[in-house]
Design a binder for this molecule. Structure first.
Ligand code: PMP
Ligand code: GLN
Length: 384
């Protein structure tokens, strides 16, 4: 049910991280930072544990975190939210996505539209919900969707348009016209927009634009994010979902039976993070941009064609100029054996019927220390 071709037992991330561990290769596969996040956030979690925040938190999250999320949306995007009815804390963005899809769709007549390639849990959650997955391809070099194709794929059966922006795995940041078209189509078809904005603070060419901030979007948009990428705490799994109260009631109905509640001591710590000064948020975007540049230069020097990302942890590169014809074989063979670097073939993020279109593309994670990226660049040079 959960694997497009019925063959994969574990996720591509687990497989590639195990491959890196087994071979001692540099792991540019699974997207997680190799440095701790801000001490204010880490210290707040330690203090919360010492202070006894070790039992179940309320199902929708502790009030100080819901207030911090509402203040964050207002401070960065001008979106006003009621922290009691329009904000729900989840176990990572992953649970928010699962709860939203399970709440909003029901059976094969309901369609969920996603851009492809897509983060792997999207197709799995759509399968769990029993709905039908419809995809709109994103193509190199800029990975923006064709708006005519989008308008064609969205139809009267569409219940949800799921938009991940900035986008994993391509690093695309969608043009405003794309987001506006999503909102227009959602109105036309009476669909709900669900957005995954976990890389909201990792944009390289200006501030992030949430779909919910666009005219007419708010009443039909559920916005998902998480503390993992912003505060380099991917293992804490504190996420959130914000939007209209009636929609969130449906989401909470599902969420309470998935995990009920999440990470009590991490909740006040993420609240502290969300209240950090602007300089912190500007700093992480600049830092990630520098990492992108170091990785991109290394990939270009090694002979890859690089598609410069505008956001996220990731850079997509084409291995065809190196003679590769199948990125899956390349990532499991030459890349790890000759260069000692692990990365992920983009085919892991596409439906089986479209794999040939992405056959030679590879996703590299840039969220590592600069010296690690430089070492990876030096190793990649051995490929050319
Ligand atoms: N959405 C996207 C696009 C991601 O890249 C990830 C991976 N970190 C997630 C969701 C999952 O986020 P979380 O760890 O907060 O569940
Ligand atoms: N989001 C991270 C990635 O895309 C890892 C997620 C995971 O391990 N499931 O690499």
């Amino acid at each position: 049910l959960l694997s497009p071709d019925g063959a994969v037992a574990s996720t591509i991330f687990a497989e590639m991280t195990a491959l890196a561990a087994r071979t001692g290769a540099i792991n540019l596969g699974q997207g997680f930072p190799d440095e701790d996040g801000p001490s204010e956030v880490l210290d707040a979690a330690r203090e919360a544990i010492a202070g006894g925040a070790n039992q179940y938190a309320p199902g929708i999250g502790i009030a100080p975190l819901r207030e911090a999320i509402a203040d964050h949306q207002s401070r960065f995007y001008g979106i006003a939210l009621d922290p009691d009815t329009e904000v729900v804390v989840t176990t990572g963005a992953t649970e928010a996505l699962a709860s939203a899809l399970l709440a909003l769709v029901d059976g094969p007549e309901d369609e969920v539209v996603v851009f492809e390639p897509y983060y792997d849990s999207y197709a799995a959650c759509v399968a769990l919900s029993g709905a039908t997955l419809r995809t709109v391809p994103l193509r190199a070099p800029d990975f923006q969707p064709d708006l005519d194709v989008l308008a064609d794929v969205v139809n009267e059966r569409t219940r949800v348009i799921l938009v991940n922006n900035p986008h994993n795995p391509t690093g695309a940041v969608f043009d405003r016209a794309v987001l506006e078209e999503v909102v227009r189509l959602a109105h036309a078809r009476d669909a709900i927009v669900v957005t995954d904005e976990v890389y909201e603070h990792l944009t390289f060419d200006g501030p992030h634009v949430p779909v919910a901030s666009l005219p007419g979007a708010r009443e039909r948009t559920l916005t998902i994010s998480s503390g993992g990428k912003t505060f380099r705490t991917t293992g804490w799994k504190i996420g959130w979902i914000t939007g209209p109260a009636e929609l969130l009631t449906a989401v909470v109905t599902v969420k309470q039976f998935l995990t009920y509640t999440s990470g009590s001591p991490f909740q006040p710590a993420i609240a502290a993070g969300l209240r950090l000064p602007d300089a912190f948020f500007d700093g992480i975007a600049q830092d990630m941009r520098r990492k992108r540049d170091v990785l991109g230069a290394g990939l270009r020097a090694a002979g890859f064609e690089v598609f410069e990302p505008r956001g996220s942890y990731f850079t997509v590169a084409d291995a065809a100029p190196l003679g590769a014809t199948d990125a899956q074989a390349f990532c499991r063979g030459e890349l790890v054996e000759r260069a000692g670097v692990v990365a992920i073939p983009i085919t892991a993020f596409v439906t089986p019927g479209r794999r040939s279109e992405y056959a030679t593309l590879v996703r590299f994670a840039a969220c590592k220390r600069v010296e690690v990226l430089e070492e990876a660049a030096a190793r990649l040079a051995s490929l050319s």
